[in-house]
Design a protein. Structure first.
Length: 133
């Protein structure tokens, strides 16, 4: 099991420079978990693609459905006290700290490309390239 942030889910389903390495990640470990927040964040990614007319509404709905089917039963609520304690120590957003808190709860790694998280939490957060090598 690995904790993934929303961008990793997006990289799996949308064409990006990270898509090939995220495909490899998914083949290595397809048991992905995330805080329930991922769903709203993913909708926001799709909203950006819609506004830029990169995808159609039908495609956005299909991608959301696919993402939800991948993450079904793998979404968790996080303790506010844990999140806020991480915010206080790191200066990272509460959104980002939800992913760190979940990783720590499960004693798992958070896979992310977020440079701020990678710097602030080097014992918990790891890049895709580092994880798959």
């Amino acid at each position: 099991m690995i904790v993934v942030d929303t961008n990793i889910i997006a990289y799996l389903l949308l064409p990006t420079p990270y898509s090939d390495s995220v495909d490899t990640l998914y083949k290595l470990d397809s048991h992905w978990v995330a805080p329930a927040l991922w769903k709203s964040e993913f909708r926001n990614v799709l909203a950006l693609y819609l506004r830029k007319e990169i995808i159609t509404l039908d495609k956005a709905l299909q991608l959301q459905e696919t993402a939800e089917s991948i993450m079904i039963h793998n979404e968790f609520d996080i303790s506010s006290s844990q999140v806020l304690a991480l915010v206080d120590k790191s200066g990272c957003s509460s959104y980002d700290c939800e992913f760190i808190a979940l990783a720590r709860h499960f004693n798992a790694r958070l896979i992310t490309q977020d440079k701020k998280l990678l710097r602030a939490f080097p014992s918990t957060a790891v890049s895709v390239a580092s994880f798959i090598s």
